[in-house]
Ligand binder design. Structure first.
Ligand code: FMN
Length: 346
């Protein structure tokens, strides 16, 4: 079975990529991911706030007037000793590139296009094969329009594309009024890949201490539905590669993503839970399923269940919603009916 795939120009031996997570925070962790079979590794993210703090570029923050920036600085209390310091990050990229034979993809997380973009270039110079941009922006200011939020993504993408020559992927939120149009415009703006989707950790309320709880849970397989929909819809309609991210806990989710049209499938939570070694199980099971179905290569199978190749494109639209609702029956209908009859006889 030829599982090879092309991800934004990177030739990978199979489509299963280690997603950005703490597993890549050390060289040992990175080597273990490679030894366990990852076809590429996306490093943990370095945050704009960390880079800017290191650069002591606070003037920009004062001009920009972002309260959220000040707040997020408090979130990095041990920045001076953190292994996530920008210079440590570059060193780790350098060492990872030397120590492995698979593409190492740097990851930057930012929400503005100033004060940190040069760092993208330094990641390229450290030897990264590509860069993933994670725009984790929550527009809590209700005066900010949808178009202003979208413009932020384009400004960041353009600034980074201008700074580097390696491929650039952008990791998106699904929360746009027109997610497909946003994907199309990012493709036209030069994104080499779209990572669908970022997982947002919405705050929870702790009822014991009445504080906002920042606890993060690992994903569940039920989360694949939103990325699956958009990968199936976008397949064949944009140039950028499609990376599926979210909810992979077995080869079942991987196969669904590939049939929908993903070029690669990224995994984080399941590796945090089962260890990097679980990658070999995922790869073997994916291979076995495709072989048993008579495919000779991943290219033959990719996208066969996409909207473009579907005999029933309505299944991706409103019609599906109506069908789904109609498929439910009221589980209490017979109890209600017998109660009604009982009342009637009384
Ligand atoms: C503990 C943990 C840390 C993560 N750190 C990052 C990060 O630094 N940057 C990033 O872009 N995504 C990060 N992610 C998100 C993952 O890369 C991935 O997109 C998300 O968890 C969905 O995939 P999954 O269902 O396989 O976990 C993290 C996820 C987990 C579970």
């Amino acid at each position: 079975m030829d599982l090879s795939t092309d991800y934004m120009g990177l030739k990978l031996k199979h489509p299963i990529v280690a997603s950005s997570s703490p597993l890549s925070e050390t060289l040992e962790g990175i080597k273990l991911l490679e030894d366990s079979g990852a076809s590429a590794i996306v490093m943990f993210s370095l945050f704009e706030e960390q880079i800017r703090k290191e650069n002591e570029a606070f003037d920009f923050f004062l001009e920009f007037g972002s309260e959220s920036f000040a707040e997020s600085l408090n979130y990095f209390p041990h920045i001076d000793t953190s292994p996530k310091r920008p210079d440590h990050y570059l060193n780790l990229v350098r060492k990872a590139v030397e120590a492995t034979d698979i593409p190492i993809i740097g990851s930057l997380n930012g929400i503005t296009n100033e004060g940190w973009i040069d760092f993208a270039k330094q990641i390229q110079e450290a030897g990264a094969s590509a860069l993933e941009l994670n725009v984790y922006y929550i527009p809590t200011d209700i005066e900010v329009s949808a178009s202003a939020v979208e413009q932020r993504y384009f400004d960041i993408l353009k600034a980074v594309k201008d700074a580097v020559s390696i491929p650039v992927a952008i990791k998106l939120s699904p929360f746009f009024s027109s997610t497909g149009n946003m994907a199309k415009r990012l493709d036209e703006a030069g994104a080499d890949a779209l990572v669908l989707f970022n997982r947002f950790y919405q705050p929870d309320i702790n009822l014991d201490n009445l504080k906002i709880d920042p606890r993060a849970d690992l994903s569940t397989p039920a989360e694949i539905r939103v990325p699956l929909l958009w990968i199936a819809v976008l397949y064949g309609r944009i140039k950028a590669s499609l990376a599926a991210s979210r909810g992979v806990h077995s080869s079942t989710e991987i196969i669904k993503y590939l049939l929908a049209g993903a070029d690669v499938v990224m995994v984080a939570s399941t590796l945090m839970k089962n260890g990097p070694q679980y990658l070999s199980v995922l790869i073997n099971e994916t291979d076995n399923w495709l072989t048993a179905r008579g495919y000779h290569s991943l290219n033959e199978a990719r996208g066969v269940m996409s909207r473009q190749n579907s005999k029933d494109p309505g299944a991706f639209e409103r019609v599906n919603y109506i069908k789904v609702l109609e498929s439910f029956e009221n589980p209490f209908s017979s109890a209600i009916a017998s109660k009604r009859i009982g009342n009637h006889l009384r």
